[in-house]
Design a protein around this ligand. Structure first.
Ligand SMILES: Nc1nc2c(ncn2[C@@H]2O[C@H](COP(=O)(O)OP(=O)(O)O)[C@@H](O)[C@H]2O)c(=O)[nH]1
Ligand SMILES: [Mg+2]
Length: 688
């Protein structure tokens, strides 16, 4: 059945890892009747973390879609990973949803990943609602969390519900829109019973209702007037104002509950249909090339936001229709490759068993299998229109490992499988190390690369060994130097002759390789000068210290000589190489290492230990601030000191610490450590 776009809600569950998104996803599906039992993350029985590696790690890795009905609306709920290594899927989900529900841990308050995702949602102008979860946990505090949300996200964060009871005594919620209270029995479906507002929460409920009405009144002058006059405002009017305010981010409603006890989830479902916008209400998608309206009778445009590599079903592409209707058994155009794709069956994601559909209408989300070359980021359209979605700002893959198949001769199998996984995850980088010829897999963290290796095994039966990541050292020079290179051979037949004088000097960081030709009077004929340049460039691929690439060097060709018969391009290239080798040795070569900016989130009482450990790793703390119950620390650290940091941080912080890192710049390796790096490079030569 096709749903009209006005009846659709596309909602992403986002937030820090462990806040309870997957548990909430489960409870919402259960409450809506799309699951027969409430699964749990601990038992690995939830509808959304279905991959064996997600269950083993008790952590979401891929975004999933679940579609179900509530109050005659169709809700497409996207559960996303909070772990920064898998942020691409969370950003992809935020791209195709009108609304996001930020799931907040009531013990921890706002955490690092939450901030980042909030900014991404704000950039995309997405309606935002917050669900304060885990009210049943020890030290959970709804009101403290609400304050932390206000200080992080501004004064328009406003509660539409408050809890009854706290920690293990939490028993229900008070709805501030209608001033009604509900208590929840066990974790069954439909477990809410309306009760009188308990006497001990009454005063608080009134206080917070006033705050809510202040916000609601701001949406319309007319409401404001009536509110100030003290005239009654109806449920429909409040909800309408809430939805208008929420639609484009002038109000951020806060609701609460306990996902694992199915407490408050029926109210959240009501809030999704009442307070969050449909694709129609949120408005069309404005791109530089076209504006797409969520109307079924328009020309079809569908955006692929996720690709899943399945060894049996092939690729499954998840798409969102922005305009028109997608029908099964049709042909569409991929606007990137301009190739026709045959759409066979359409998939709808209803609970654990996916179903099939004949069509997916404007504003809706669906899936399609077996497309030839379509992958995430592509548009499927009825006609060939140059159309592009703004690109997501993805972190750079900096954690590089060399992979080797365990069985001989499986290089191709491994490489093909890696390519398939890369289609699914744009933050994977694959390349050959030009220095060693090794196949390199780079990701955002050690865990990210470990997940890739697990998936190679579980999905493609390809087993690899990971070699410890190599730090991509570089070399450069600190002084200028001159040298002369001459390549001369005369052993019968035609000889070889090339001869050049060069000067090298350090150039600005980031300038790369520069070549200046100052040959006068034809000392070297024009036609051989590119060969000198090539020889110089190639000489910089392997420095004289330890064979690492040499960066930021200006090479000037000042003089030379040639032989009318014996000179050749090859001879000049070799002469340049000889000159470069000499010059580099004279130019005070130094070793450079990558330095990373690390952002940590650690429990307050472990800050001292964490900083002490960072200092012992040559870290330079750049600042610290409390974020909820955690402390965010920024520090600069050499990449060499971060290899294997994840398990160390885990043990320093009782498993609660988390970090992300990004590349900052190259810096000189301190003198006392150079010999260590050189010895290691000797043991494992970087020349292939
Ligand atoms: N006590 C309690 N535990 C919860 C609640 N919600 C989730 N959890 C647990 O917290 C852990 C992380 O939950 P999960 O749903 O995987 O979080 P996600 O990373 O945000 O998807 C799991 O062990 C859940 O069982 C809650 O409301 N109360
Ligand atoms: Mg999860």
């Amino acid at each position: 059945m096709r749903h009209h776009a006005e009846a659709i809600r596309n909602v992403a569950l986002v937030g820090h890892r462990g806040a309870g998104k997957t548990s909430l996803n489960e409870a919402l599906l259960f409450e809506a009747g799309s699951l027969t039992r409430l699964g749990s993350v601990l038992d690995g029985t939830t509808a959304s973390d279905v991959d064996p590696d997600e269950q083993a790690r008790q952590m979401s890795i891929s975004a999933t879609v679940s579609s179900f009905e509530w109050s005659e609306r169709k809700i497409n709920l996207l559960d996303t990973p909070g772990e920064p290594s898998f942020v691409a899927d969370a950003l992809g989900a935020l791209r195709v949803c009108e609304s996001a529900i930020f799931v907040i841990n009531a013990v921890m308050g706002v955490e690092v990943a939450t901030m980042r995702l909030w900014n991404a949602a704000a950039e995309r102008d997405i309606a935002r609602m917050l669900f304060v979860n885990m009210l049943d946990r020890e030290r959970a505090d709804f009101f403290r969390t609400l304050e932390s949300l206000k200080s992080a996200f501004g004064p328009h964060v406003v509660a539409t519900e408050i809890p009854i009871g706290s920690e293990h005594d939490v028993s229900g919620v008070v709805d501030l829109v209608d001033m009604r209270a509900y208590s929840y029995e066990k974790a069954g479906r439909g477990n809410a019973t309306e009760i009188d507002i308990p006497a001990d929460v009454k005063a608080r409920a009134e206080e917070y209702r006033e705050k809510l009405m202040d916000e609601v009144a701001e949406v319309s002058d007319e409401l404001m007037e009536r509110y100030l006059e003290g005239s009654p405002i109806s449920h429909a009017e409040i909800v309408d104002a809430l939805r208008r305010g929420t639609n484009h981010g002038s109000i951020f409603p806060v609701v609460c509950g306990v996902a694992t006890r199915n407490l408050g989830t029926n109210r959240l479902l009501d809030a999704i249909v009442e307070d969050l916008p449909s694709p129609v209400e949120h408005g069309g998608l404005e791109l530089p090339e076209v504006t797409l309206a969520p109307e079924d009778d328009g020309e079809l445009f569908a955006y692929v936001f996720k690709t899943r590599a399945d060894p049996y079903a092939g690729r499954i592409n998840l798409f969102r229709v922005y305009q028109g209707v997608m029908h099964r058994d049709t042909q569409l155009l991929n606007t990137r490759t301009h190739a026709r794709e045959r759409i066979g069956q359409l998939i709808v994601f209803s609970g654990k068993a996916n179903g099939h559909a004949d069509e997916v209408g404007a504003g809706d989300i669906g899936g399609v299998a077996k497309l030839k070359e379509t992958r995430s980021g592509d548009w499927l359209a009825a006609c060939d229109e140059p159309i592009r979605m703004p690109a997501d700002q993805l972190p750079a893959p900096v954690m590089a490992f060399a992979v080797e198949p365990k069985a001989k001769g499986e290089e191709d199998k491994v490489f093909t499988a890696l390519r398939r996984l890369q289609e699914e995850d744009p933050t994977i980088d694959l390349h050959r190390d030009p220095q060693t010829g090794e196949q390199i897999v780079a990701g955002l963290s050690q865990m990210h690369v470990e997940v890739i290796v697990d998936r190679l095994h579980s999905r493609f039966g390809a087993d690899v060994t990971l070699k410890p990541p190599r730090v991509p050292y570089q070399e450069t020079i600190r002084r200028s130097a001159k040298a002369h290179g001459r390549h001369k051979k005369q052993s019968g037949g035609r000889g070889q002759f090339g001869d050049c004088h060069i000067e090298i000097e350090p150039s600005e960081a980031g300038a790369g390789f520069e070549f200046v030709d100052r040959i006068k009077g034809g000392a070297i004929p024009r036609s051989f000068i590119p060969a000198v340049e090539k020889g110089a460039r190639e000489a910089l691929e392997h420095g004289v210290l330890a064979g690492y690439p040499v960066k930021d060097v200006r090479v000037t060709l000042v003089d030379g000589s040639f032989h009318t018969v014996d000179s050749s391009e090859l001879a000049f290239k070799l002469a340049a190489a000889l000159a470069m080798k000499q010059a580099l040795e004279l130019a005070d070569p130094v070793l450079l290492e990558p330095v990373m900016l690390v952002t940590l989130s650690v429990p307050e009482d472990t800050v001292g230990d964490v900083i002490g450990d960072l200092n012992s790793r040559r870290g330079r703390p750049q600042g610290m601030e409390p974020v909820g119950a955690m402390t965010a620390i920024k520090a600069e650290l050499p990449m060499a000191e971060l290899l294997g940091y994840a398990p160390d941080l885990r043990s320093l912080t009782g498993g609660q610490g988390d970090y992300t890192m990004e590349f900052l710049r190259y810096e000189e390796v301190p003198a006392h450590l150079v010999s260590k790096v050189l010895a290691a490079a000797d043991a494992e030569p970087v020349h292939a």
